[in-house]
Design a protein around this ligand. Structure first.
Ligand SMILES: [Zn+2]
Length: 377
């Protein structure tokens, strides 16, 4: 699960030694591919076992976790502690528990007579903007193994089958007005009042979206429409001065069957319209919108192969959509059939004294066992 900008804990995420993982797999005779970050300080890793043919399954996880700074932990967050039927530790739920189960199953699968490949894909920086997965997925598609049919993203879902979530993107907006005494406000441009126009635009769009008839996909979500939200706003210096600067943060949560670029174009068109009005008063005014995140949504698939597989493995014949964001949409975006399904409860993610129950962990292990068996059929 990704912790969005504006959420409490957001310093750089923590990534353990992926080289340790690299060595672990090599010791088992598996040759993983590392995809380093631009600065070379982190790496994503993917690997495949079994025959190089179509019909494979990817187990997708992330290796970073959110920080523990400022949280009240009752034991070392980076040493797993078992107590009361629970495994405590940072990432036990989101999502080192799944990663461990996937790696164990992966090594076991390498010794089995697989008829279709099992692949593993572990990203970095999922929690801080999902920047590690895109180059890894590109690499998998361009240089890697035969494209797998399905992807299982192991974010905690209590092993329920999750077929969809909204996507999202956000901007930090800076409105630069022109300062005059408020008695002469016709000669000035109030950055606060222009920002208010943009906030009002968000309200109007929300009302319009709420009134529209939802599509079949939209109807699965609560609320069943794309929402635009302004979380912070700050501007002006005095009641009698037209504000020179105003800054606010605006987020879009977009239905997975809608196009992010179309929403961005609507927003930019409104910015352009307001900017024309500002510049008719004073040329040095502007509105600058800096996009600080963007995550693809996961759209429920019609007769999706991943959903069918995971329903079979879990014995569950219902599917859910969720409100958190995952890397699933990135895989789906390049053509993989994708679902989210992993052990543990998302409610424990990012919390102090994060845990996964042993019961969920064992169910996850059984799930992996059934998956490996299915790949041998
Ligand atoms: Zn996660």
């Amino acid at each position: 699960m990704w912790c969005e900008p504006g959420s409490p804990a957001l310093p750089a995420s923590v990534q353990p030694e992926v080289c340790g993982l690299n060595a672990y797999l090599r010791n088992h005779g598996i040759a993983p591919t590392r995809v380093p970050s631009e600065d070379g300080r982190k790496a994503a890793l993917y690997a495949s076992v079994g025959p190089d043919c179509a019909g494979g399954v990817v187990l997708s996880g992330h290796t970073d976790v959110v920080p523990v700074v400022g949280q009240d932990w009752h034991s070392d967050p980076f040493v797993v502690r078992e107590a009361n039927g629970r495994l405590f530790g940072r990432g036990t739920c989101d999502m080192k528990g799944f990663d461990a189960l996937a790696l164990a199953a992966f090594v076991q699968a390498s010794k089995r007579d697989l008829k279709r490949p099992l692949q593993i894909a572990l990203s970095y920086d999922e929690e801080t903007g999902m920047t590690g997965a895109p180059p890894m997925i590109d690499h998998m598609c361009a240089h890697g193994m035969t494209r797998a049919a399905t992807v299982i993203v192991g974010e905690p879902s209590m092993l329920k089958v999750v077929t969809g979530h909204k996507g999202g993107f956000g901007y930090q907006v800076h409105v630069r007005g022109h300062e005059v005494h408020s008695s002469l406000m016709h000669e000035g441009v109030s950055a606060v009042m222009i920002a208010a126009d943009l906030v009002h635009w968000a309200n109007v769009m929300n009302a319009h979206s709420a009134a529209a008839t939802p599509t079949e996909t939209a109807a699965e979500f609560i609320p069943s429409y794309t929402t635009i939200h302004v979380g912070t706003i700050n501007g002006g210096t005095a009641h009698n001065i037209t504000a020179r600067d105003c800054r606010f943060e605006i987020d879009f949560r977009v239905l997975p069957d809608e196009n992010h670029d179309e929403w961005k174009a609507l927003f930019q068109a409104e910015i352009a319209r307001l900017q024309d009005r500002m510049r008719a008063v004073h040329p040095n005014t502007f509105i600058d919108a800096f996009q600080d995140f963007g995550v693809a949504g996961l759209a429920p698939e019609t007769d999706g192969a991943a959903e069918a597989l995971v329903r079979r493995l879990t014995g569950k014949n219902s599917s859910n959509v969720v409100s958190y964001l995952t890397e699933g949409g990135l895989f789906q975006g390049v053509g993989y059939s994708t679902v989210v399904c992993g052990p543990g409860d998302i409610a424990q993610a990012h919390q102090p004294n994060e845990y996964i129950t042993l019961e969920q962990f064992r169910q996850g292990e059984a799930f992996m066992g059934r998956l490996v068996d299915a790949l041998c059929e």
